[in-house]
Design a protein around this ligand. Sequence first.
Ligand SMILES: [Zn+2]
Ligand SMILES: [Zn+2]
Length: 350
Amino acid sequence: MKRSHFILIALVVIAGAIYAQRGPLLERIITRQIDKTLQRVDNSLMTDGKLHVILCGTAAALPDPDRAGPCTAIIAGDQFWLVDVGPSSWRNVDQLNLPISKLSGVLITHFHSDHINDLGEAITQSWIAGRSKPLDVYGPQGISDVVGGFQKAFSHDKQYRVDHHGADYMPPSGAEAVAHALPTPKGIEAEPVLEPNGLKISVFRVDHAPIDIAFGYRFEYRGRSVVISGDTKKTESVIHNAKDADLLIHEALASHMTKRATARAKELGITRIAKLADDVRNYHATPVEAAEVAEAAHAKKLVLTHIFPPLANGVARHLFLQGTSDAYKGPIILGADGTRIDIDTQGANP
Ligand SMILES: [Zn+2]
Ligand SMILES: [Zn+2]
């Protein structure tokens, strides 16, 4: 028998065997997939002793096909915090297999829509996943308006789920969120506000004028530190509070890339767009300014987030980062949804 005939017969036999077994085989494949889905949550993030930072959303206010709105997860020990919950960011929190039923709380930097839009999802989905205590939501003065509004908007949803599944499975307390207005620090000094199980959280003011109040947050855990700038232009308070930080996560808007579109909009008489674009440029930092902040603070690593404009390809990404490595000598990461940084706490000086 020719070799090709032999291979053909072997293939027919294998195909026949698979066909005969298709029921059990399909069953096994589907069961494996179900098991994977049911057991996908990565609980090791809360037990390995490291300080984890996961970017769940890295866009700015305008929709970006590749990025959800601003959201950063901080996980350390048994603590799991989200800083801001921008549009579609909850989808990432879920898809990144984060331990959502154990969400400790949400910290809001300020009340621009791109930072609060998914708060309803954060409350509802972590409740569905098993959180039974009210969710603590912290932010500047005014946070109770935001939280109260979401609670009202989701009150029908809450009732549906409790009635449908029963209070034993969907305890009504899990659908609740409690607003905590943080004190507004005087000057640029950060103010420690929380210290749950060894994770120290401090808040500081940033410069997002005319938006007032806007916060940045500093996290310290077992001698390591992470600073999140929130929305701000280049400001001394971030430099001061990111001093020697292991990681600085800074917002960045590449005005050298948006200027041209603004000028063209003016030429075309689309003055509204030109005016809005000009205004927006004034209260954000450029990538080079973010790099200068990291350099001045001696931060050990810089991650850029709140990226604008959308970066469709490598050329755009290159343009975005232009000049940053001259301004900052440390490593720079252009943040993307799903970027994860694990900071080892071994050998740190607590
Ligand atoms: Zn923003
Ligand atoms: Zn903003």
